[in-house]
Ligand binder design. Sequence first.
Ligand code: SAH
Length: 229
Amino acid sequence: MWRATILTLFPEMFPGPLGFSLAGDALSREVWRLEALQIREHGLGRHRAVDDTPAGGGPGMVMRADVLAAAIDAAAAADDPRPRLLMSPRGAPLTQERVRRLAEGPGAIILCARFEGVDERIIAGRGLEEISIGDYILSGGEVAALALMDACVRLLPGVMGEEASGTEESFEDGLLEYPQYTRPRGFEGAEIPEVLLCGDHKKIAQWRHEQALRLTRERRPDLIARFKR
Ligand code: SAH
């Protein structure tokens, strides 16, 4: 079973949106498991402090390496095969390829930071892989962890209804998805493209590929460069 262990100051945020729809159904069918652990249980002193002022000065607070180490060590044995992820705007941008590899593995241990982030030494100290969900700053890692898990869980066997719908999506072949249509045939004067109604599957596949290429060129030339089409 695919298992996610979350370390956070806000365990009540989980499963949150992942308790609904496909991911939520899969959670109750035990296709995957989620545990959210309170970092503060490993906090120091009467106030269970988890953070302190930044060395060298500056605004905000930094999460302490000793507290995080205790939380990580209590959450997962040293030989736990799951990758240890740190949600971080400095991390490698999350891609569908990384998501697919994570989904094929045993799960993930995910550290969600708050404040200005974590003491740098915990990253090498516990072998954390930093992952970003985009070039913008969230107030904490929880929403990022939810996004990452959502992307993984929908790929687990038995989660999505139709097997094929996992492989025809944007990014799966390095391109954005082609435009989709459904009934009614005419909507406010705009018709469904004729080719989609012709019944010739080869022609339809070709049209879709052309459209995917066009959209990707227009919107994401970086993807074209990466996949060399
Ligand atoms: N001072 C940090 C930002 C801290 S934001 C910096 O400038 O890099 C607080 C926490 O939210 C981060 O430590 C991280 O866990 C999470 N977070 C914020 N933006 C994120 C993003 N784009 N992707 C993943 N996690 C993010």
